[in-house]
Design a binder for this molecule. Structure first.
Ligand code: FE2
Ligand code: FE2
Ligand code: FE2
Length: 167
């Protein structure tokens, strides 16, 4: 791909990815507002944006084998833990932004676990094996992620373990 086209498609990928995420969040709001068909419309159009993002990602060479994708996940999560969030945290502290500091803390604690789970999964995928454990649970307040055993209380934000979202 020529340089300018690559840049355009990269920006389109970022925009479609953001639209996908926003629409999924908006769907949850519509559900809470008691408007399930509007929630469905948001989810359907979020899926359409994912289709667009996938087409762009393919052109950009972002998608590999599962082993390669897991390595990409490990690299991304480690970057967030080691470089990105520490720098953002310093900015939030410097500027006295308590809300941002809290959101960053929640994210960075979850990302540590994500990198670890991806590393475990990669070892298995390299042997063409799937993970044995089926159930992944996520704290809906902070994103803290566990496999199989749910804590009584979230260790990051103290939310009730029984309220974790199951995958
Ligand atoms: Fe789109
Ligand atoms: Fe993550
Ligand atoms: Fe939590």
């Amino acid at each position: 791909m020529k340089e300018m086209t690559k840049k355009s498609i990269g920006e389109a990928f970022a925009g479609e990815s953001m639209a996908h995420m926003k629409y999924l969040i908006f769907a949850d709001v519509a559900d809470k507002d008691g408007l399930p068909n509007i929630a469905k419309l948001f989810r359907a159009i979020a899926y359409a944006e994912k289709v667009h993002a996938t087409n762009h990602a393919k052109l950009l060479g972002y998608i590999g084998s599962t082993v390669e994708n897991l390595q990409g996940g490990i690299d991304g999560e480690n970057f967030e833990v080691d470089e990105m969030y520490p720098a953002y945290d310093a900015i939030a502290k410097l500027q006295g932004e308590k809300g941002a500091e809290r959101a960053i803390h929640f994210a960075v604690e979850a990302e540590k676990g994500h990198a670890k789970f991806y590393a475990e999964a990669k070892k298995l995928a390299e042997k063409k094996e799937d993970m044995q454990s089926g159930d992944v649970y996520v704290c809906p307040v902070c994103g803290y992620t566990v496999i199989d055993d749910v804590p009584e209380k979230c260790p990051v934000c103290s939310y009730k373990g029984e309220q974790f979202t199951k995958f």
